[in-house]
Design a protein around this ligand. Structure first.
Ligand code: ZN
Length: 140
């Protein structure tokens, strides 16, 4: 979804839309980092030094409630992803990096599972845990 659509729909529902909130949404839509709330906060603070961590939490809560971001838990830490189409997250257990695997790979798996289980599969995302290309040499 585009930033303008998100802002419009939240505004229509009577939510207060501040420049800080828009900046948080804009950052989430344009990053592939799957940031934690703390990383969102430190990023937004560069432009809006007065923004508080609690504003960040409240905005993330609202976006999650509206199903505009997904929350992924990595090693007990909540991470946020505005890419809400079905996809696979690859999670590095060492550095915490999260990468998306394209939808086509997920579709292939869903097709195979549907055939085997005789389910009609509608949606689903999941995570694969391991070590990223930079970290894996330490664990092989
Ligand atoms: Zn790593």
């Amino acid at each position: 979804m585009q930033l303008e659509q998100i802002v419009d729909s939240l505004r229509e529902e009577g939510h207060r839309i501040t420049p800080q909130r828009i900046a948080i949404m804009d950052y989430l839509l344009n990053t592939e980092d799957h940031p934690s709330a703390e990383l969102v906060h430190s990023t937004i603070k560069k432009r809006y030094p007065m923004v508080s961590l609690s504003t960040v939490y409240k905005t993330l809560d609202l976006l999650r409630e509206k199903k505009l971001v997904n929350e992924i838990e990595v090693e007990g830490e909540a991470r946020f992803d505005a890419h809400i189409d079905d996809h696979i997250n690859l999670v590095c257990l060492n550095c915490g990096k999260i990468e998306d695997i394209d939808e086509k790979a997920l579709r292939n798996i869903q097709t195979k599972v549907a055939k085997k289980s005789e389910y009609l599969i509608i949606k689903g995302s999941f995570e694969l845990h391991g070590y990223c290309s930079k970290c894996k040499s330490k664990f092989q």
